[in-house]
Design a protein around this ligand. Sequence first.
Ligand code: ATP
Ligand code: MG
Length: 450
Amino acid sequence: MEASPISQPTMIPRPQHNISRANISANALKVLYRLREGGFRACLVGGGVRDLLLGREPKDFDIATDARPEQVYKLFRNCRLIGRRFRLAHVQFGQEIVEVATFRGRGEEDENGDGPSVERTASGRILSDNVYGNIEEDAWRRDFTVNALYYDIDNFVVIDYVGGMADLKAGLIRLIGDPTQRYQEDPVRMLRAVRFAAKLGFRFDLVTEAPLHRLGHLLDQIPAARLFDEVLKLFLTGSALQTFELLRHYRLFGCLFPATERCLSHQQQHYPKTLLVRALASTDQRLAEDKPVNPAFLFAALLWEPLRERMKQLGAGDLSDIEAMQAAADAVIQAQLHRTALPRRHSLPMREIWEMQQRLTTITGKRPLRLLGHPRFRAGYDFLILRGETDEEAAALADWWTRFLALDEAGRAQALQPSKASPHKAKSRRRRKPRSARKAPKSTPLQPEI
Ligand code: ATP
Ligand code: MG
């Protein structure tokens, strides 16, 4: 597809497409109608149109309009203006946010070099993009052709300036315009490309794909907070495993999680069995079953190998297991913060999930019962089960807990009798234990009677 705008869009009238208002959220429809009543043009755009055309349920609904953000703000009581780099209106209805963006213009300077312009860094990265324009200009500033289709609430027509309909039918992710330039403008588009390819099961157009292998380093320029948000979208929206594999293939994963990438590349032959791969598969599975997922658990899995590596390094010293884990966690988190943010509301429970791996090794006395009441017990236990899929020792322990949980109160009390308990626990001590004492002896079944 040529990069220059085609002035005549393809108009697909209502009888020739499958977008029905019945499938658009009532709140998005409210926003569309209110804008239209206010005398503005209002279209559904982006993922909402793309997913509806594919017969999928959209994650959220994005709206494009010729109303300026301040005009949108005036139309809705429940509206907030957000973003500096890219100013947007968020209209909030309970949990649902409908995003309303004003049509973006080309943002080029006039011949005198002084008209409104898009603010860029020397490398071409866009710092602010608040130059407004018409719907056609807006279409050419979007990222992928399949994301640049508009559903006009005025006449229910789908409008296609960029060949998005054909790409949707062909299952192609194609960046609009010159890919290298568009990735330089906003390197996060590389992550978005991978995310959409994985989620939709689409292939890359070859020109869109080629720069992915070599431009990952541009992600270094992106603020850590934005990358954190992107990581959640990459791994918590249902196609985590496929996304992860594509990210590794294009050498983008290491730009987000350098320490994890180093560990993975050392253990290439065990790769399909790593805890991370299992955790991502299980995250997808949970989402498919409409179960909740959380960032702390995801990051606990993403950073588990670096944590273990650090602990091994520290283990040779004089630290207890707990101290070694805390020091390792500090170091791993500190290093990761250079790439992605990791807000404390997630890093604290993440550390607790890790610490729980040590606490779960105590299977005598009163502690196991106390642990059941810990807010992170369930996550820690789930994490142990995942570890157990690739680690015999963890599997034996997970098995003990599974059987313990299945008992009634009396059964649990009996299971914790010291005489019957497995001998190998694990009190934290200052001195390093002999190797034999640190490992669960494989030949000793853990509490076979429970
Ligand atoms: P989903 O919401 O399912 O993740 P989406 O395509 O709706 O996918 P959003 O992040 O909601 O993605 O963005 C809405 C639309 O805004 C996109 O479809 C695209 O047209 C445009 N857009 C978003 N981010 C960019 C970007 N970095 N560069 C250019 N256009 C973008
Ligand atoms: Mg969207």
